[in-house]
Design a protein around this ligand. Structure first.
Ligand code: KG4
Ligand code: ZN
Length: 400
């Protein structure tokens, strides 16, 4: 079967088309196309993601991206002289897109001029994420489901990140497979919107054991970067400065010290908002006398911040490994691009002698391939829903 996956939960508009064949033991995923338009440069000027701007950009991007995805997959064909979609049907689609007029303006001529592609089902992220952004993808899915008369499955974005980390890096584009894992598994998901520790008792059986009480870890990186005068997204910037500081440590009269929030809370909850505020006060006190922050100080603060975050996350992971007898660790989400955090997890996995699964390359940040493959598993377990029931759930949880 062929699935088209749609991802619009944050600031990437992404589509992917995957052909699935049931292998002997495990399904094989042939990636027919995997395309994305990043809005980072647009949000950069505001220092963060604005939901209404993300919504507007998704509405603008989805139709041209669909054209590209179909072309890449070899599934695009112009309709003949007869329109594929009648006027009445188009009216129905217009109603479905009543809240997305810009999307309708772009999508309706495309649907009229394009042959129904060989796609068997749609998979769409319904949460967690920014609700206005999620809705664009959902309404797009509803419109396509109606136009092409195909089923839709809702996908949890975090399950997408789990799947992204499990894709075998050695498998090829034409036959990707998920790696076999032993349970219980612990998934540690760190992104701009989420910080979650999830216990998997078995495949797709999730239990959330801890999450952040305020800022997500990626959000903390981004906010601290802003305080240090670095551009958005701040994670890679902080990471770079911290690495420089580790290579060339500066002896400061007063070493930089930041708190390790909730390190000893005895549970798996996180809180990063206080850490960010501690950086703010520190920077204010350092710049009161001298004005601008020196590069040395900037680097040392970045290092100490990254150390603090890493220490808290790894300590909680250790505790979970011991409490739940964890056999496999999955690390997922955009923050996993962070070298220091990756290294700390690799070391820990070696120490406990358990496999660690990390996403590779572009699969570590938001993409639609992970949504499409996660969608296949939802579909295989009978997760098709009536499209009219689909709705955005900003705080959707990956747990029973
Ligand atoms: O998963 P993702 O692409 O999008 C969300 O679903 O949020 O994660 C983006 C987040 C941003 O906050 C970004 O600053 C952070 O991941 N990030 C990093 C690094 N690269 C990206 N954080 C720390 N170190 C990095 N190298
Ligand atoms: Zn994400």
């Amino acid at each position: 079967m062929i699935i088209l996956g749609i991802e619009t939960s944050c600031d990437e508009t992404a589509l992917s088309i995957v052909e699935i064949t049931e292998g002997d033991k495990t399904p094989h995923f042939k990636v027919l196309s995997n395309v994305l338009i990043s809005q980072t440069s647009i949000h950069e000027q505001y220092g963060g993601v604005f939901p209404m701007i993300a919504k507007r950009e998704h509405a603008k991007n989805l139709t041209p991206l669909l054209h590209k995805a179909l072309e890449e997959a070899g599934l695009y064909a112009k309709a003949g002289v007869h329109a594929v979609i009648g006027t009445e049907h188009l009216e129905e689609i217009k109603t479905l897109l009543a809240r997305e007029p810009e999307l309708f303006t772009l999508l309706s001529p495309f649907l009229k001029q394009t042959k129904k592609p060989h796609i068997d089902a749609l998979a769409v992220t319904t949460g967690p994420g920014l609700e206005p952004a999620l809705w664009v993808g959902i309404n797009f899915a509803k419109a396509l489901a109606s136009a092409w008369n195909i089923p839709v499955v809702p996908v949890n974005h975090m399950e997408g990140h789990v799947v992204a980390s499990l894709l075998n890096p050695e498998s090829t584009q034409t036959a990707k497979v998920l790696q076999t894992i032993s349970f219980p598994t612990l998934a540690v998901l760190l992104s701009g919107g989420h910080t979650e520790m999830i216990h998997l008792k078995s495949w797709r059986e999730y239990e959330m054991i801890g999450q952040t009480k305020d800022d997500a870890v990626g959000e903390a990186f981004d906010k601290v970067a802003r305080i240090l005068g670095l551009p958005y997204p701040g994670g890679p910037q902080i990471s770079k400065l911290a690495e420089e500081a580790r290579k060339n440590p500066t002896k400061l009269e007063q070493p930089i010290q930041l708190p390790r929030p909730m390190l000893h809370s005895g549970d798996y909850s996180f809180s990063f908002s206080g850490l960010k505020t501690a950086v703010l006060y520190l920077v204010q006190s350092k710049t009161k006398a001298s004005g601008a922050l020196s590069e040395k100080l900037q680097r040392e603060i970045a290092r100490e911040f990254e150390d603090a975050v890493t220490e808290v996350i790894t300590a909680k992971t250790r505790a979970a490994i011991e409490q739940y007898g964890i056999q496999t660790i999955i690390l997922g989400g955009g923050v996993v691009a962070n070298t220091h955090i990756r290294n700390a997890f690799s070391q820990m996995a070696t120490e406990y002698d358990i496999p660690l699964h990390l996403p590779t390359g572009p699969l570590s940040t938001d993409n639609a391939l992970m949504i499409t493959i996660a969608g296949y598993y939802v579909f295989a377990e009978g997760g098709t829903v009536d499209p009219s029931l689909l709705k955005a759930q900003g705080n959707m949880r990956l747990a029973a």
